[in-house]
Ligand binder design. Structure first.
Ligand code: TXA
Ligand code: MG
Length: 311
């Protein structure tokens, strides 16, 4: 159910949850100061309680009372990428935020979204938590119809059309004197390196080490259809997902993710296409993973591989 911004603010201020557009993906918004509403967010998504939430703010001076210590380059990163699709994980004072937001960690994730509707809403409500507005494990929502698919037609959503970036923010964490990437996303490691002077590592999650972002433990971004990433298209696939310039010598339909020369376009369309194949009840789909390995393509590849993973 589409709701005007004013109504959305009223819902949040009276303890409810609303889906809100940002430039990355839609978020499920609740007030940072309402523990029951935050619990509702976890319940709606089916999200494990040990996966902390991002606090969304407009005015970075809010951080002065919450954050214990600003790591080197914090200011430069904020100036370069806020408002925008960078999330920074910072050490916070004890009890500065409710443990339901931080999953009991001594750090918290912050982002200033670059979307006029999200910003206007935060002006009215104060800081809000916003995990991506999808059932846990599913592709994030990039348009209001996706919210309806996951939460029903009566669920309140501010209609901002299709999200411009289409994939989530990059999560950057300061650890042992270096910034590291906990989740690849809308800002590339290369762009971050221009501010901090080195390429931030993105440690791979292994069985023996805890992931930097607890959320990266779980299967993610996945359509109901099984996605195949083999070099050759398996014969039982019903559709191929590929790129504008390529010819696929096949007798099944192709759905285009965008130009092989534009990772921005592919990121913008990725979840739309993954959700579209589910709407068409497709069971088996192949996706072309012969894509570049740098910049935003890295974030796209990680999402495709997670969406195709069976675990
Ligand atoms: O683009 C986005 O970031 C979207 C929009 C709505 O802002 N939000 C989003 O939230 O993707 P969510 O909850 O789906 O993903 C947040 C990620 C999770 O992987 C979580 O584990 C990580 O951020 N995270 C949050 N707090 C953290 C912390 N203190 N330390 C490490 N990782 C943290
Ligand atoms: Mg998410």
């Amino acid at each position: 159910m589409r709701v005007p911004l004013e109504d959305a603010a009223t819902i949040i201020l009276s303890g409810g949850v609303v889906a809100v557009p940002t430039e990355t993906v839609y978020g499920l918004a609740a007030s940072c100061s309402d523990r029951d509403a935050i619990k509702q967010v976890f319940a709606l998504k089916g999200r494990p309680s040990n996966n902390p939430l991002i606090t969304h703010i407009n005015d970075i001076s809010v951080l002065n009372t919450l954050v214990k210590e600003f790591p080197p380059h914090f200011k430069g990163l904020a100036e370069a990428f806020w408002p925008g699709s960078l999330t920074m994980v910072l050490p916070i004072h004890d009890n500065a935020l409710d443990a339901s937001i931080t999953a009991g960690l001594k750090t918290a994730a912050f982002r200033v979204p670059d979307h006029p509707l999200a910003q206007k809403l935060i002006d009215k409500t104060g800081p809000i938590v916003m995990p991506s507005a999808n059932l846990s494990g599913r592709p994030s929502s990039t348009e209001p119809d996706h919210i309806e698919d996951d939460f029903g037609i009566d669920f309140p959503v501010i209609d901002g059309g299709m999200c411009q970036k289409g994939i989530e923010s990059t999560v950057l964490i300061y650890k042992d004197s270096y910034w590291e990437i906990g989740r690849l996303g809308g800002i590339s490691a290369e762009d971050i390196s221009k501010v901090i002077g080195y390429l931030p590592k993105h440690p791979q999650n292994t069985q023996s080490t805890a992931p930097l972002c607890p959320g990266q433990l779980y299967r993610h971004y996945a359509p109901k259809a099984t996605l195949y990433t083999d070099k050759e298209i398996p014969s039982h696939c019903e559709v191929a997902l590929g790129y504008t310039q390529r010819e696929y010598a096949i007798n099944i339909p192709t759905k285009l993710l965008g130009s092989i020369h534009s990772p921005e376009e592919v990121a913008h369309n990725l979840y739309h296409v993954l959700r579209e194949i589910d709407r068409e009840s497709i069971q088996h789909a192949w996706i072309d993973t012969d894509i570049p390995t740098n910049g935003l393509w890295k974030s796209i590849r990680e999402r495709i591989l997670k969406a195709a993973s069976s675990k």
